[in-house]
Ligand binder design. Sequence first.
Ligand SMILES: Cc1ncc(COP(=O)(O)O)c(C=O)c1O
Length: 464
Amino acid sequence: MSSSPKSRLSEDVLRQKESRYCSHGDTVHYSPAPKFFQGCDGSFLYDRQDQPFLDLQMWYSAVNFGYKNKTIIDAVKAQLDQLPQLACQYLHEEKVLAAEKLAEECARAFGQEGRVQFNVGGAQAIEDSMKLVRNATGKSLFMAFMGGYHGRTLGASEITSSYRYRRRYGHFSNRAHFLPFPYCYRCPYGKTPDSCNYYCVTQVERLFETEYNSFWDAKAEEPEFVALYAEPVQATGGYIVPPSEYFRRVKKILDERKILLVDDEIQMGFFRTGKFWTMEHFGVSPSIVVFGKAMTNGLNPLSGIWAEESLISPQHFPPGSTHSTFSANPLGTAAAWATLQWIDQQQYERRVAEAGAYFLAGLKQLKKRHETIGDVDGLGLALRIEVTHPDRITPNRTLTDRIFEAGLAGALPSSRGPMGLVLDIGGYYKNVFTLAPSLEITKDEIDLGLELLDYLFTSCAEVA
Ligand SMILES: Cc1ncc(COP(=O)(O)O)c(C=O)c1O
């Protein structure tokens, strides 16, 4: 149970104040009845009545290692006593050790030496990566994927496919050229994986075939677009796992055309899919890796980039090339350093693969029982449930929303008593539950999740 102290104010009073004083411009008011929580532990959140909610999205994968992970929390508490504040122009041990470890993980995974630049917030780290690419190439046009999400700063919005995120603000830079993501369940070319022979890659290749396809100057041997931004598993787009050869084949084209690959691991990094970096599953080496979220287990908005030496060496990215007051803040780097040490002791490669296989097997059973589940899939503990009409393909947003709201309303019957379920909705049609449970989730908790989902798919479909 949560040990959170009870609040002094009633929920009604707080709701009135929130409605009056908090901007509604963030995502809170997507929900008709935004939920208050007051405690958390392990895989559970607790509401103001101390009712447990099994969390299958863990703050969009920012809390990979469990709420209130004691080892990581203790490191932050120790840092609070030792050196809680320090201007970012000075050095402290945790920053250096966290950077070393991240650079080592990139060198191990991608075979390149490089360096790390910290910042705060995923989108800001994306901005830093854009600076590096622009600095190295002198050009500012990027490619990215339809369904991709890289954050909401003005620059990051330009490489995030949804026009909705840009509509109110005009253009800050140049919006990216968006390629279709290899989303095989809904292939953008109407093909099927057994016979397509990577038609999607052929389409990327075609862009550079002649100068008239508008991407390549054959005389100067220069591309107009200088980087491709990719999430190795598309996250907000609906936890879409690309076919195994896709990135390897695309990377070959990028290398031939001198286009950099920027790997956005903000949501999929830190063992979400069973590898330190999700791009490791696909055997390609990006020039830049962007990370955030779970690096501190959600205790601090620390983010960062790693880049190969040729892009980020002091010669190319000299002192003062970027700065933020809170980048490399000592509480953040202490949390990151503790998280990285925690990861080292956990054998997540094996454990996440096992837990993910167990969860996915359960989801496949669930799909058999419910004709409103069109597709289930996953890589490690990044799992997806695509909610459809009984034809198992037409997106069913109404049912998705109903299940989501019923989970958050709580008081669901379960073998552990009344309980809520925290889910997240993604996907191009907002009909996908993107499951990102704690990497510490137990088999019993996975069973509980499957039991709650089974109940919700049954009870919410009956209302239809
Ligand atoms: C893949 C990816 N990139 C970038 C971001 C932006 O990160 P932040 O919300 O910390 O700015 C997110 C956030 O969800 C993300 O999932």
